[in-house]
Write a protein that binds this ligand. Sequence first.
Ligand code: ZN
Length: 389
Amino acid sequence: MRSATRAARPAAAAEMPIGPLGIIPDERLQLMPRSVIPRHEFCFWLHDQIARLLVEASHCGQIDDWNEAVSDALQGIPDAIHPDNVLIAIAEAGGIISIPMKIDILSAVLSDTLHFVYEALRALEKRKFNVAFSLLRKPFSENLIILARLAANDDDFISSFADGSLQQKQITNIDASKRVELFESAISKLPIQSPFSGALINDIIFNKNMPNGLQIRMQQATHLITSHHPSLLTPKLDINRIFSNQYGDENFSAYDSLPVIIFFILQIVLYMFSRYLAVSEKSTNEILVRASGIYTNIYEGRLDSLSRYMNVALKGFFKCEWCVEGNAKIRKAFSADFYLRDQIFCTECRRLSHTPLTYLLRSGKLNIIEKERKFPSEYERLFLRDADH
Ligand SMILES: [Zn+2]
């Protein structure tokens, strides 16, 4: 693990690319191009945030409260409903009585997604490209459709889950225009929407004409011969992606799009859990500030607008601890130090100093979720309503 306070880094011109996030040991990153490492680490960081949210949700006791409340409600179930049909009746009823079922599906699909994504990212570290892209195919082209359907309209989803219409055709059997619509609908629910559009998510995962997208690679990594689409035809004297000298560093251009999809999944999870459970608004905001700050800076361009705003608005908090001349502020090259470790870089003495970012986030003084996107969760409405009065 790199030292969090290590100061000896290359000169920090304002537009230098972001440096490593410092969360993966160097020995694991030796086979990756240096320029890809921040994006790769960010993908892992996003994965870890989602995993943590899932674990915390399952241990916080609120899911048990939901299960208890529903089994109490079922005591009064009409005799006309046969016990075998209770789950179907709950799914058809939708609304709050079906929340434990929705949480079950969300947690299971999410856990399956994370297992695949984790192994795919590890395979990319080892340059096992076909294994990696093959592993990404199911979670991105199938699990993500279910996650998006839950975010877009969970009642509609569990109704199809229970009445058998979901199981009648493959998850991927959905028109491109309907997919874009579905992603748009899910995006409209997210706490912050700016990095995404339905067309972008769809293009990255499903568009066979996007050279830097994932579809061609996922298909060719999974099948030795592909013949169904002009952009996927396997040429004579070739078999898809098995000759080792054919594919190298260009595979890492997948990191142009991987962070987009995993960040999208993180936001769906934040939205879903804050609907079903009493999730701290401050924690959601904190995850989003840290994620958005890094996300914007892993791509080319100037320092992101939130950081530029903070460099002005929080000037009084940003001081070099080491030298009097001090010129310490958030810089693109060191933005991971700021968003993950509360530190800023001074170009005078070339050292890192501390900032009160975490304090500002946890005291509620730095909020990026707009008021109209905040709402009480179903859990708060049902279980905490009386506690407020
Ligand atoms: Zn200094």
